[in-house]
Design a protein around this ligand. Structure first.
Ligand code: FES
Length: 83
């Protein structure tokens, strides 16, 4: 199980956290891996100027925009699944 948390604090929200969430959801559907991924909202991570902030398992990734989600998904989510 891979856990993705997306910060929904106000700064990250303004920077497009919802779009990031939707981009992940679209990929999760497309690659048909919903049961292997737990995706949830998170509180402010204290890195508001570096938002959107997400965590994949316990790794914090900053400056995430929806355009970056595909690469993160491929590397950390689908890539991580094989280990
Ligand atoms: S609002 Fe996302 S890190 Fe603070």
């Amino acid at each position: 199980m891979i856990k993705i948390s997306i910060c929904f604090g106000s700064a990250c929200h303004l920077r497009g956290a919802y779009n990031v969430l939707n981009a992940f959801r679209t990929l999760i559907d497309k690659y048909q891996v919903p049961s292997e991924i737990d995706i949830e909202g998170d509180f402010c991570q204290g890195k508001c100027t570096e938002g959107v902030v997400i965590k994949v398992n316990d790794e914090i990734i900053t400056n995430v925009a929806k355009e970056k989600v595909y690469d993160i998904f491929m590397e950390k989510v689908l890539g991580g699944k094989q280990h």
